[in-house]
Design a binder for this molecule. Structure first.
Ligand SMILES: NC(=O)c1ccc[n+]([C@@H]2O[C@H](COP(=O)([O-])OP(=O)(O)OC[C@H]3O[C@@H](n4cnc5c(N)ncnc54)[C@H](OP(=O)(O)O)[C@@H]3O)[C@@H](O)[C@H]2O)c1
Length: 319
């Protein structure tokens, strides 16, 4: 079969012949891949920098996809932890990590939205006791996952949603997607802190896609502007677009009721993530949750890798 193949962590994958995988065990089947999203997580696995990377090469990237079984059933699936990924003509599906899609589902928007959607869907439903009426800040709300997080928070019953990000144009769009307020993460630290303190000081949950410096700023701004510092604030670490580390001053932690936790592979079991897939897939199939897909042929994977996709748009490779 043909696949995207990474032979060196310093170079993009190339479209090459690669041995087709074989299904083994009672839960595995081989499917034709119809669409696979080029998510940030796929890039980090393909350059060896993701925390789950074992450094083995060559590899076929791709963590999820929409595929068709030999019987014609349409599936969204998360790739097995070992073996070739989904950016190939065929892939192995473990049925326990798959959800059946209604016939006629368009594979491209589904492949684009499931991974970014999953980040906040799973975080709010599995990592915190999210209650209707709770107030949410999304840090990095201008990206694909962040934009969906705004919608998802609203859909899961948030009483107030604030979106924060850098890009002014995409920040403006968030109001139409369910954000009550938006905060620009630009200008000097004092301005950013003042803006965040004004509209987000009383949030119950932060969904954080950026980490690094913007998180340090936001944490200090929120915690010091809070009317009642003993009111709980859950800070859910999901992505690290702006940095891998933060400095968390001891006094800040002591002086507020802050819980910092993560959501992703590891902090949520695979079974826990998979249990959330059907409900999320139903929302995407119904058109309630969407990201803007940019379909490209798998044969042009090198070009896709080097195309700086506009945040909020998701490249989807079609074998
Ligand atoms: N844990 C999970 O379950 C899970 C699942 C899916 C995704 N993720 C992670 O979530 C993150 C976002 O994914 P995505 O799909 O939304 O990516 P994306 O569509 O590429 O969006 C990237 C976002 O990061 C922001 N950003 C980038 N560099 C920044 C910086 N230096 N300072 C402030 N903001 C910065 C961008 O803001 P501007 O455009 O405004 O500059 C944009 O909002 C990634 O780290 C991804 O791996 C985690």
């Amino acid at each position: 079969m043909y696949a995207a193949v990474v032979r060196s962590f310093g170079a993009p994958p190339r479209f090459e012949r690669f041995p087709a995988p074989t299904a083994s065990g009672e839960h595995e089947i081989l499917v034709d891949v119809l669409a696979a999203g080029l998510h940030p997580r796929v890039r980090s696995a393909a350059d060896g920098s993701h925390y789950t990377s074992d450094g083995a090469l060559p590899l076929v990237p791709g963590i999820d996809a929409v595929g068709r079984t030999p019987q014609g059933e349409l599936l969204y699936f998360v790739a097995p932890d070992t073996g070739p990924g989904t950016m190939a003509e065929r892939a192995v599906v473990d049925r326990r990590r798959a959800v059946t899609l209604p016939p006629g589902t368009d594979p491209v928007p589904m492949a684009a939205a499931m991974n970014p959607g999953m980040s906040s869907w799973v975080a709010l439903r599995r990592r915190v006791s999210f209650r209707p009426g709770d107030s949410v800040l999304v840090l990095g709300a201008t990206g694909g996952a962040g934009r969906l997080a705004v919608r998802i928070a609203r859909q899961l019953g948030a009483g107030h949603v604030v979106g924060a990000g850098r890009d002014p144009r995409r920040l403006d769009l968030l109001k139409g997607l369910g954000a009550d307020d938006v905060v620009a993460l630009d200008g000097d630290d004092k301005d950013v802190a003042e803006r965040l303190g004004r509209v987000a000081a009383e949030v119950d949950v932060v969904i954080d896609y950026v980490w690094g410096r913007p998180t340090e700023q936001a944490m200090r701004a929120l915690l010091t502007a809070r009317a009642d510092r003993s009111r709980a604030l859950a800070w859910i670490q999901i992505g690290s677009m702006a940095g891998q580390d933060i400095t968390l001053p001891a006094a800040l932690l002591r002086a507020a009721n802050l819980t910092v936790l993560g959501s992703g592979q590891g902090s949520v079991s695979t079974a826990g993530i998979v249990a959330e897939l059907p409900s999320l897939a139903a929302e995407i199939a119904a058109g309630t949750l969407a990201v803007d897909p940019l379909p490209m042929p798998l044969a042009r994977v090198e070009q896709a890798w080097n195309t700086p996709a506009e945040p909020g748009r998701r490249i989807v490779l079609i074998p």
